[in-house]
Design a protein around this ligand. Sequence first.
Ligand SMILES: Cc1cc2nc3c(=O)[nH]c(=O)nc-3n(C[C@H](O)[C@H](O)[C@H](O)COP(=O)(O)OP(=O)(O)OC[C@H]3O[C@@H](n4cnc5c(N)ncnc54)[C@H](O)[C@@H]3O)c2cc1C
Length: 287
Amino acid sequence: MYYRVLQIKYFKPRTLEEAIELLTKVRNSRVLAGGTDLLVDLKTGRVSAEALVDVGAIRELRGIEDLGDRIRIGAATKLQELVESDVIARELPLLRKAVESMGSWQIRNLATVGGNLCNASPAADTAPPLLAYEAELIIVGPRGTRVVPVTKFFTSYRRVALEEGEILKEIVVRKSTWSGWSYIKLGRRSGFTLSIVSVAVLASTRGEVLEDVRIALGSVAPTPIRAYKAEEYLRGREVGLGVLERAAEIAKEEVSPIDDVRASAWYRREMVYRLTLDALKTSLRWS
Ligand SMILES: Cc1cc2nc3c(=O)[nH]c(=O)nc-3n(C[C@H](O)[C@H](O)[C@H](O)COP(=O)(O)OP(=O)(O)OC[C@H]3O[C@@H](n4cnc5c(N)ncnc54)[C@H](O)[C@@H]3O)c2cc1C
């Protein structure tokens, strides 16, 4: 493969204000976090930049905190820190399971959760769990701070709701009680590989009735998505194999996958059915 020789200015601000000022004033500048997506994209020419603003030294962007009713994750927190966090294991096991499957230990030690979301790949592994948890994203920029629900963050293929000079500061997840969860990632290899299809499910039951359910899917549409129609069908129904199979059918109808190097659109659709059914069964401890 042909790689370009790059000449790029590099800045490492210590505060968010400084970073926003640089992104606003320096022409064609981009946020650099772990660089595991961005540096590859710069070298292959998929994106260009004249300056990089490394956010790794900004303390406000780091760390995982239990704030009582919610969990706060700094956008520049490394994926391996999420895997090793007791707070994430206890409160957001669905997210932990997804992050554990990402890259290798070396990649997870560089890559950040914010980078995974802002890179906006339909295959981003942190997206389905955060869509299912209905996380809120705190974004700061030249015009101040705003909160964007993650369900509104992915706007179209490889595009997110970030405006010029804006930085994703943190991810906030409100605590809620779920009786079961499941994350299933199908890749070309058994682990540490980009997904062909991924499914995240959270479920809450009262007796035999499914009180609430969330289903999020990766790699099967231009953006990571929620299967809202399948969720709506399931809510309030008594759990049974026929009901779960119908929900998986509906999820299959909600996706719009493409053929690419990892799999055909046909195969992805079939796997949405199978993996959604499996994830629902696991979440409901249904055998
Ligand atoms: C070998 C290998 C294996 C991988 N395996 C997986 C995998 O299994 N699953 C998966 O989902 N991904 C995988 N990836 C992709 C990548 O590692 C992840 O997407 C990673 O989380 C990106 O984070 P980063 O910190 O490296 O982002 P960077 O590369 O630094 O940035 C990515 C993009 O996000 C922007 N950005 C970063 N942080 C912010 C912020 N706080 N605010 C605004 N914009 C920001 C950057 O400007 C850039 O456009 C893999 C990559 C490699 C090289």
